[in-house]
Design a protein around this ligand. Structure first.
Ligand code: HDE
Length: 698
């Protein structure tokens, strides 16, 4: 039992505290203890915390704040179309297996059952609109197969208004309440809808359905369902058959009259929803036959219309229906929001054995539904919501994102990896045999251009240009590259990874591989197998930074060191020379305040300890002997010059700096360690010939 937080005996709480909000009955039977979202038991859910019985409500009341906060955010955006709908759980049962046509596991055995969640909907109306407008009805089924979810997101009419997904936003804008007045709700009988469709002759067939009694279903239970598009079934041998999917209600197909529909919308706006609820509650579970129209390419070619055109149906007289299963809806969801509202149907959810065609309406849908769930459900992790999760095992390397619920272990969030060689969990792997493969197509008919997941052979050479890149570098750049490999690989703790990388480097340059192996103190392994022969391409000077020559001074920053007593004229001259060459001088001194100089005063741009020479492209100085002597005992000053020297930068020096600092550091004049007078000409260059003297490179 959790502790209660009843007011302690003898406290000053008003006696009526818990009775006012509960109509005098303080006893509430049953149920687990009420807690906050974070599990803290709640003592009073009727009254907010106040400073005195009639005093202000206190901000401290975390229960009040959490409750109102959560309530404020209860709504999510409704579906842009099909906003009003009702769903139920059930199962699909295969009654006539079709392994000859499809390798889909749900069609493999007679009697095999697959759980489903089915949502019926109107299209145009908002979530709170009525159930019985003249409208198309959605008929969306999510099959939780043992090879992943298959979503057959259909309608109760076999054709559609438009032939190409690019017209869908226009169609929906036109049928929804008009933009300036926001009416009529859930109705197609208005200007903009008829304006649009009268300009789109391809919608005429669908209009005959919309004006028919099919648009006024008596019940969701008496509705037919259609996959609309031509899909494909693909068998184990990779052979494809075109298919149209049909649902036929065992309750019979039935409609209302228009007059009935109008009156029902007043008498019971929830007519269809209530009807489904009542049938399921009383155990009168609705059932549908699942049928296919399967046909081959020759049949498709023989038809007087294109099977990729979703504004056409295939008459059953030409391709008869074959019933292969049944669906029973036998369980109302436990919670409408969690399941019916949050269910996310994705026409792209197909399983091995079911595939798409080039129907341009279908292809557009393959993008739209995934995209819309992100704005509706707010996260790419919507697949983790229980109603959307597959019921078979699933694992991949998609990670993180808003509202991530999974807690993956280990570091295998990429593949390929060889972490298993180090005894680690390597993560999931692709399965070329059982995994979904898109129907390849023959390239012969207009529906089946060749679809492949391949890299062309012309992409197979992975090493020739790497070899060219290495060969194009100057020797110092090659040393940098070798040292960089050594540094990076010495951070790699997995020894087999280092070895593998060395074997790849042998395909680039034997010398490079050897230098890196030496730098790691590792033996040189065998070269990795190369898919294509590695060529010795001509080196290219353009691939080397050093070979581009010295950079210009423009845009460079030069650090100039000075101290009290420095010669102002010399400093001004240095600064001006840098500016004239296009650079920016940055004056550095041990103190930033106004310093007395010979010939004036000056403030520093930066303090020495906070302005190390790594911040500058080159350095110079103008210091008097006394200050130079003093600075020669200051680590920051010594480091300033040592780093500039080690980083192969130009150092412009004055006599005192040379005598008391550079000489002490063993920094000898070279092409870049030069008197200030020569400084501006050489400043932006790096003096790489110096580097091997100050650093061990691989
Ligand atoms: Fe939909 N449709 N649609 N649609 N559709 C949506 O997805 C879309 C089309 C259908 O109960 C949306 O999750 C485009 C045909 C049903 O949750 C959205 C095109 C057919 C449902 C979307 C079409 C449908 C939707 C809105 C033109 C019958 C409700 C919310 C290419 C075969 C599913 C959502 C449910 C829902 C886009 C045309 C059926 C925006 C772009 C044709 C049953 O993604």
């Amino acid at each position: 039992m959790p502790k209660t937080t009843k007011q302690a005996k003898g406290s000053k709480a008003p006696a009526s505290r818990n009775t006012i909000g509960k109509g005098g009955d303080t006893h509430q039977a049953g149920g687990p203890p009420l807690t906050t979202n974070f599990g803290v038991p709640i003592s009073d859910n009727q009254n907010s915390l106040k400073a005195g019985a009639r005093g202000p409500v206190l901000l401290e009341d975390f229960h009040l704040r959490e409750k109102i906060f959560h309530f404020d955010h209860e709504r999510i955006p409704e579906r842009i179309v099909h906003a009003r709908g009702s769903g139920a759980h059930g199962f699909f049962e295969c009654t006539d297996p079709i392994p000859d046509l499809s390798r889909a596991s749900l069609f493999a055995e007679k009697g095999k059952r697959t759980p489903v969640f089915t949502r019926f909907s109107t299209v145009a109306g908002s979530k709170g609109s009525k159930d019985t407008p003249r409208d198309v009805r959605g008929f969306a089924v999510k099959f939780y197969t043992d090879e992943g979810n298959w979503d057959l997101v259909g309608n109760n009419m076999p054709v559609f208004f438009i032939q190409d997904a690019i017209k869908f936003p226009d169609l929906v804008h036109a049928v929804k309440p008009e933009a300036d007045r926001m009416f009529p709700q859930a109705a197609s009988a208005h200007d903009t809808f008829w304006d649009f469709v009268s300009l789109m002759p391809e919608s005429t067939h669908m209009l005959t359905w919309l004006m028919s009694d099919f648009a006024l279903p008596r019940s969701f239970r008496t509705m037919q369902g259609f996959g609309v598009h031509t899909f494909r079934l693909v068998n184990e041998a990779g052979e494809s058959t075109f298919v149209k999917f049909h649902w036929r209600p065992r309750q019979g197909t039935q409609s209302t009259t228009w007059d009935e529909a109008v009156k029902i919308s007043g008498a019971d706006p929830d007519f269809l929803r209530r009807d489904l609820w009542e049938a399921i509650q009383k155990g009168d579970f609705p059932e549908w036959d699942f049928a296919i129209q399967a046909f081959d390419l020759d049949t498709a070619r023989s038809l007087p219309f294109d099977v990729l055109d979703a504004s056409k149906l295939i008459p059953e007289e030409i391709v008869p229906l074959r019933v292969i299963g049944r669906m029973v809806l036998d369980r109302w969801p436990d919670n409408f929001f969690a399941e019916t509202e949050q269910v996310a149907f994705l026409p792209h959810n197909v399983v091995p054995g079911i595939d798409f065609t080039n129907d341009p309406l279908l292809q557009g849908r393959l993008f739209s539904y995934l995209d819309t769930q992100k704005s509706r459900l707010g996260t790419t992790n919507f697949f983790q919501i229980p109603v959307n999760q597959p019921k078979c095992p699933f694992a991949n390397l998609n990670r993180d994102g808003t509202m991530q619920m999974a807690v993956p272990k280990g570091r295998a969030n990429y593949e390929p990896n060889s972490l298993d060689q180090a005894g680690e969990e390597p993560g999931p792997r692709e399965d070329p045999v059982n995994g979904f493969t898109s129907f390849r197509g023959s390239g012969e008919d207009n529906d089946a251009s060749e679809k492949l997941r391949v890299r062309p052979e012309s992409f197979a050479d992975h090493f020739s240009q790497a070899r060219m890149m290495f060969a194009s570098q100057t020797s110092i750049e090659q040393a940098h590259m070798a040292s960089a490999f050594v540094f990076e690989l010495s951070k790699v703790e997995l020894e087999h990874v280092r070895t593998r990388m060395l074997s790849q480097l042998r395909n680039v340059d034997e010398g490079l591989a050897k230098r890196v192996a030496d730098g790691l103190a590792m033996p040189l392994p065998k070269a990795a197998a190369a898919v294509a022969p590695t060529l010795d391409l001509d080196a290219s000077d353009k691939l080397s930074i050093v070979k581009q020559g010295d950079p210009p001074m423009k845009g460079r920053k030069v650090g100039i060191l000075f101290d009290e007593g420095s010669d102002k004229a010399a400093l001004d001259k240095l600064g001006k020379a840098v500016i004239d060459a296009g650079g920016t001088p940055f004056f550095v001194a041990p103190k930033v305040g106004e310093l007395k100089l010979k010939g004036g005063t000056m403030k520093a741009d930066g303090q020495l300890a906070g302005s190390p020479s790594v911040l500058f492209d080159a350095v110079a100085c103008a210091i008097m002997p006394d200050q130079a002597k003093k600075l020669s005992t200051d680590g920051a000053a010594l480091q300033w010059f040592m780093d500039a020297h080690g980083h192969a930068k130009t150092i412009g020096y004055c006599p005192a700096t040379k005598e008391f600092i550079l000489d002490k550091l063993g920094i000898e004049p070279d092409s870049g360690v030069i008197p200030n007078a020569e400084f501006p000409n050489v400043a932006p260059a790096r003096h790489w010939e110096r580097e091997p003297k100050v650093r061990m490179l691989a």
